[in-house]
Ligand binder design. Structure first.
Ligand code: FES
Length: 280
């Protein structure tokens, strides 16, 4: 038995926006009944080119119904550019998560959205443009590569969970392995270089750098808003400060300390800096 979240169960038992839209602006159909699940997703735009209505019809399991239902809510009010940024992971997160074996339902939702927007834009994508890698489930190399990238997949089993490819006779496993290897090599090349490690500082160097960072980066910004800050003491990684001017009675003082002062000191001095306020 799958471990479904309460939200997923609720979206399955009370699906939102089921049905059809008359004269939709975009319509996308993915999957096939022969392969076990299929989804038709459609939307209509308002005069500001934002999605004002989205509906779906599906032949699928509880996760497919809940994923499609979630998608219709997630796209509401978005432009097509904004809607295209929704990933299958976003759909799963919206439902509080999906069992890994059911992630292909969220992928089907994202593909239907992509297909609907492509038809709206007049970009007809024929499946024949891509190689069908898994004949049991009609999954193309493009769909597999997309799922690997978007979900950081590493094994054939994961690809099966996210796309269904490989979940039948198994003849396509070598091809899926080759795609995983190729895509992961490309991902490694594209990954940004790791951040250089911060140099280990002596206590004297650390104190000096804290003072410099306060003077150069932090205090001028606080002063610009009528506030100020005094450095009171430094105990190891703990930086004790007193807020002055408008900062001293600001209701967001704690946020300023943590999200601005502490973040800046961590950026320029050391990742383990903790800033605390000393009150008179
Ligand atoms: S061809 Fe992929 S599982 Fe059969």
């Amino acid at each position: 038995m799958w471990n479904y979240t309460d939200k997923l169960k609720e979206y399955f038992t009370n699906p939102r926006n089921v049905g059809e839209i008359e004269n939709p602006d975009g319509i996308g159909e993915v999957g096939s009944l022969a392969c076990g699940d299929a989804l038709k997703f459609m939307f209509k735009l308002d005069q500001n080119q934002r999605i004002k209505e989205a509906k779906f019809q599906t032949f699928g399991c509880a996760s497919a119904i809940a994923s499609a239902s979630a998608l219709t809510e997630m796209v509401m009010g978005k432009t097509t550019e904004e809607a295209l940024k929704i990933t299958n992971r976003d759909i799963a997160d919206y439902l509080g998560g999906l069992p890994e074996e059911k992630m292909h339902c969220s992928v089907m939702g994202r593909e239907a959205l992509e297909a609907a927007i492509a038809t709206y834009r007049g970009q007809k994508v024929e499946k024949g443009e891509f190689e069908v890698v898994c004949n049991c489930f009609g999954v193309t190399d493009r769909e597999i590569a997309h799922a690997i990238r978007e979900n950081d997949l590493k094994t054939v089993e994961q690809v099966t969970h996210y796309t269904k490819a490989g979940g039948g006779c198994g003849k396509c496993h070598p091809k899926i392995e080759a795609i995983i290897e190729k895509v992961r090599k490309e991902m490694e090349k594209e990954a940004p270089p790791p951040k250089p490690e911060k140099k280990k500082l002596t206590n004297i160097q650390k104190i000096k750098l804290i003072e410099e960072t306060l003077g150069r980066e932090i205090i001028p910004a606080l002063k610009a808003d009528g506030g100020d800050l005094d450095l009171i003491d430094i105990e190891g990684n703990k930086v004790l400060v007193a807020l002055r001017g408008s900062c001293s009675f600001c209701p967001s003082a704690e946020i300023t300390l943590k999200q601005y002062v502490e973040t800046k000191l961590r950026e320029f001095v050391s990742d383990d800096i903790v800033v605390e306020e000393v009150r008179p």
